[in-house]
Design a protein around this ligand. Sequence first.
Ligand code: ATP
Ligand code: MG
Length: 217
Amino acid sequence: MNQSLTLALSKGRIFDETLPLLEAAGITVSDDPEKSRKLILPTSDAAIRVVIVRASDVPTYVQYGAADFGVAGKDVLLEHGGEGLYQPVDLNIAKCRMSVAVPAGFDYASAVRQGARLRVATKYLKVAREHFAAKGVHVDLIKLYGSMELGPLVGLSDAIVDLVSTGSTLRANHLVEVEQIMDISSRLVVNRAALKTKREKLQPIIEAFERAARSEQ
Ligand code: ATP
Ligand code: MG
């Protein structure tokens, strides 16, 4: 049977770090989404195309079958909930951690000890809510869509929950990491129905990704 596949990727680090995995599966993408305005990119395999979507939209495209598979960060998957998604492989790419950060000089430990009500700005409401609930810390969560680092600098919040890799963005904004919530990496996500109906075409790619991810560790 002639099975065609759509892969959902976000541009930036996920696209860049998925390219070598695709190559390990014998698939090359010649368009550069940073330069091209195309949202649908062909690949060296006429039956496989890549769609470029927002990082946080990848699980949605795959859940509804608009894409058969995709690559999404654990941060995004936790907020989405993962319904309808099969997550066979941790690809070990786009690694970072989700952390709590506060302005240098803010005594986080004693604020928590004294049971102060903290205002926390974040894009990651679910993870933040669960993290502070588990610690018994009372928080008012403020939903932002980006540039969380700005929150404490302009008095919007006392703290932020954000992704950290090198820490240079925090440092540049005089913030310090006071708690690491979890390690983050990106996973392969596959539409559950496509896994059955397009198994023949998908399985070798999943396996190639698995092997390539293992050698990346
Ligand atoms: P958008 O730009 O659409 O708002 P975004 O900023 O989350 O989305 P990216 O910055 O490309 O998009 O991040 C995509 C994914 O890469 C995140 O979901 C996360 O899993 C991972 N990521 C984000 N920041 C870092 C980082 N500093 N280091 C490593 N991986 C990261
Ligand atoms: Mg970003």
